[in-house]
Structures are given as structure tokens and as C-alpha cells.
Write a protein that binds this ligand. Structure first.
Ligand SMILES: CC(C)(COP(=O)(O)OP(=O)(O)OC[C@H]1O[C@@H](n2cnc3c(N)ncnc32)[C@H](O)[C@@H]1OP(=O)(O)O)[C@@H](O)C(=O)NCCC(=O)NCCS
Length: 211
């Protein structure tokens, strides 16, 4: 089921939303497209950057696709999450720096750690539970892959994201003050995955997976 041009795909399903895991190539293109709908991001990611980051490491690209009100058989991605493994010894300078900053708060040896790198919901589709559904889906996927902790980084000024991560039970594990603008201070959060046992699936997620 390949996504077509413009991020739209035609599916014959009788539900308004569904979660889909994308392969790297088409997922990277979809994210580049969907990020055009975000005013919040300082710098939007290109498909090439996404491919370079994810290639050769365990990763997941998850999206909520919604049927469009004006044409219900036509589906488009409205919310997404991208996560990848981070390891004790990283060669990529950006990831090596991230691991160093997190080391005092997160254990990297003896457990697999997933980094929730990118994510968001299109502004016109927010507040409907799509990001929660993706978070729960990602958590099940992570547990099945043997991850024991999910970490995420945000900034002080991203109030919506901070509130949402709180609702999704991420704990703040580190705060890095910015020397000039406190809004740019970095906040690191983590969720432990309960010894690798899946929680009972919530109705909020199940409605995305019924076909
Ligand atoms: C943060 C964001 C992803 C939330 O997406 P969403 O699809 O609207 O979220 P959901 O509807 O699934 O809500 C998930 C939970 O967070 C809560 N939540 C969502 N937005 C919230 C807000 N603005 N304030 C307080 N709580 C909020 C919801 O109440 C829900 O909790 P509940 O299930 O316990 O009721 C979306 O607002 C977004 O993309 N924002 C911009 C992204 C951003 O700031 N990125 C910065 C880089 S990190």
C-alpha cells in the first residue's frame, strides 16, 4: 500500500483513522511533506536527512492516516512519530553528543534505548487523540523490539509538546538551561517500559487498528 504523490493514499477501509508503519523511503518523503504544515519547527527535516539518520539502525516511522472530510475514501497522514535506537557508543557526532548529555540520566549499557526523534500532529487535526494513539502504538512496537526505555528531547518553549509528554507519562530526567533564552533551554524526558511487558491495549489505540 504505497503512499501516492502529495502524501495522499486511497484505501478502502470503513474507519476514519488508522495507524500505519512506513518503510524508510516513502516515510522520509511523507515526513518532509507533513512538516510543511508545522510553523513551530526551527528547521524542517528533509527526506535526505531523515534517511541518513535512520539508515542502518533500528527505527520506526509511524503515522496516523485520516480520511478527508471532503472525500472520505481518500486518506492522508495527519500525525507522525519517528523513533530510532541510540547506543552507548555512537559515531555520528550529533548522536554521540546526545548520548553524552543523557548519560547521567539514562542507562545505555545492558538495555536498548529508543530515541523519539521527531513527531507532531498537523495543527488542524490536534486535540483528537492522534498523538496519544501513536505513542501507545510506538510503545508496543518498542517493547516487542526489546527496548526498555524511550527518551525524548524538547525545548522549554514548546508548551504543547511538554504538556502532551506529561499526559503520556514521560518523566523529566534532565534540564539544560540556555544561557540567554530560557525558552530555548532543553528538557529531556524518559519513559521506562515496565520490564518489557505490554500494557493492556487501550480502547483509544484499538480504534485505530480495527479494520
Ligand atoms: C504536541 C502535539 C504533538 C499533540 O498532538 P495531538 O494529536 O493534538 O495530541 P493528542 O490529542 O493525542 O493528545 C495527547 C495527550 O496530550 C494532551 N494534550 C495535547 N495537547 C495539549 C495541550 N496543548 N495542552 C495540554 N495538554 C495537551 C491531551 O489532553 C492528551 O492527553 P489525554 O489523552 O490524557 O487526555 C501537537 O500539538 C503538535 O504537533 N504540536 C507541535 C509540535 C511541537 O511543538 N514540536 C516541537 C518540537 S519537540
Amino acid at each position: 500500500m504505497a503512499a501516492s504523490r502529495g502524501g495522499l493514499s486511497r484505501l478502502s477501509v470503513d474507519q476514519p483513522f488508522r495507524i500505519r508503519q512506513y518503510p524508510l523511503e516513502s516515510g522520509a518523503l511523507e515526513i518532509q511533506f507533513i512538516e510543511e504544515f508545522f510553523g513551530e519547527f526551527d528547521r524542517k527535516k528533509s527526506a535526505m536527512e531523515i534517511r541518513e539518520r535512520l539508515e542502518g539502525r533500528e527505527h520506526g516511522i509511524f503515522m496516523v492516516e485520516a480520511s478527508l472530510p471532503e472525500e472520505p475514501t481518500r486518506f492522508a497522514p495527519v500525525s507522525y512519530r519517528v523513533a530510532h535506537e541510540i547506543r552507548n557508543e555512537e559515531t555520528d557526532p550529533e548522536l554521540a553528543d546526545l548520548v553524552e548529555r543523557l548519560r547521567e540520566a539514562v542507562r545505555f549499557s545492558g538495555q536498548r534505548v529508543l530515541y523519539a526523534w521527531l513527531g507532531g500532529t498537523r495543527s488542524d487535526w490536534r486535540g483528537q487523540g492522534h498523538f496519544r494513539a501513536l505513542d501507545e502504538f510506538q510503545e508496543e512496537w518498542a517493547i516487542d523490539k526489546g527496548f526498555r526505555e524511550i527518551v525524548v528531547k524538547t525545548k522549554n518553549r514548546y508548551y504543547e509538546m511538554r504538556s502532551t509528554l506529561t499526559h503520556l507519562h514521560f518523566d523529566v530526567v534532565k534540564y539544560e538551561p540556555h544561557p540567554i533564552h530560557n525558552g530555548d533551554s532543553k528538557v529531556y524526558l524518559s519513559k521506562r517500559l515496565g520490564g518489557g511487558v505490554r500494557r493492556p491495549r487501550r480502547a483509544s489505540l484499538a480504534r485505530y487498528l480495527e479494520v
